[in-house]
Design a protein around this ligand. Structure first.
Ligand code: ZN
Length: 297
């Protein structure tokens, strides 16, 4: 179960510690919460993908591979994303200090870009992580889901035209940088609805690699100016009319902006001396009651 900062809106993976020096010297550990990924997946209405996918092939690809591809890229994000990368010897002090308020969005972008680039690496098939004959489809399903998400996440910001949350900034940054600097993606409209379409899997990967090189350089050198410019150009601002369109589309589908989880309830079972001998797990399935119960403690 989760509490405090982690609940009731749970992350899908955790990588600790955050401190760069400890990570470089001793390494880091990653936990992937597969049951959370599965719950998100199963609670997503099917019409949602249809609404934001350009073609039936994209819907079919997502139904077959998006859950697997999403979990795989989350693991790559945590392990070879956050778990990698060295700081330039010329940088005095931690990159977090140099990059200040941009540090977290830049680091999330770096981890996402590592995952987007390496998910297409033939080595993953060679070691049996993905079936070789399906890797192209898995990669495309992931790129398409990533592009759709940049549109759909706008539903969360119902006021103003600025993104504050770091993961959201990073995802806007990646997609809008690719739109502006590559031919990997295109913006299409049909029946007054906007779609982000992946037009080239190869261009997407190549572009992710180019942006990764720059984001890695920014973090390694603690280049605050470049981080500011990059995020301000691609990651922070959005078009209010587009957001209103997306909000209208998700409202018609009755799609929630955020998903919260009801936690299992852990009850200690004690023997005659009061020692804990087992823990009983029950599932209350009532969100409001659980929140009120936590509030009493
Ligand atoms: Zn992360």
């Amino acid at each position: 179960m989760e509490s405090g900062d982690a609940a009731p809106m749970t992350p899908i993976g955790v990588n600790l510690p955050n401190d760069q020096e400890i990570r470089e010297t001793y390494g880091s550990k990653s936990v992937s919460l597969s049951n959370v990924t599965e719950a998100y997946e199963k609670s997503t209405p099917r019409e949602y993908r249809k609404e934001f996918a350009w073609s039936q092939e994209e819907v079919d690809r997502a139904e077959q591979w998006a859950a697997f591809a999403g979990e795989l890229t989350t693991n790559l994000h945590e392990i070879i994303g956050h778990g990698s990368g060295q700081v330039s010897a010329a940088l005095k002090g931690a990159p977090e200090k140099a990059l200040k308020e941009h540090s977290s969005a830049i680091e999330e972008a770096r981890a996402d870009l590592v995952a987007l680039y390496f998910v297409a690496d033939p080595y993953l098939a060679a070691i049996g992580v993905v079936p070789a004959e399906s890797q192209d489809d898995i990669v495309l399903a992931e790129y398409e889901a990533y592009a759709r998400n940049a549109l759909v996440q706008l539903r969360r910001i119902r006021e103003g035209t600025q993104i504050e949350e770091d993961h959201m900034r990073n995802r806007q940054l990646v997609v809008h940088w690719l739109l502006a600097n590559t031919s990997a993606l295109t913006v299409s409209t049909r029946d007054s609805k906007t779609y982000y379409r992946v037009t080239s899997r190869h261009e997407f990967r190549e572009g992710a690699g180019r942006l990764l090189a720059e984001v890695q350089r920014i973090r390694a050198e603690g280049d605050y100016e470049a981080a500011s410019t990059l995020l301000d150009t691609y990651g922070v601002h959005f078009d209010a009319a587009l957001r209103d369109e997306i909000v209208g589309r998700v409202d018609r589908l009755d799609l929630a902006s955020y998903t919260a989880f009801v936690m299992p309830k852990l009850t200690p079972l004690r023997d005659a001396r009061g020692e804990i001998v087992d823990v009983e797990i029950t599932y209350p399935k009532d969100f409001a009651t659980q929140m009120l119960e936590y509030g009493q403690v």
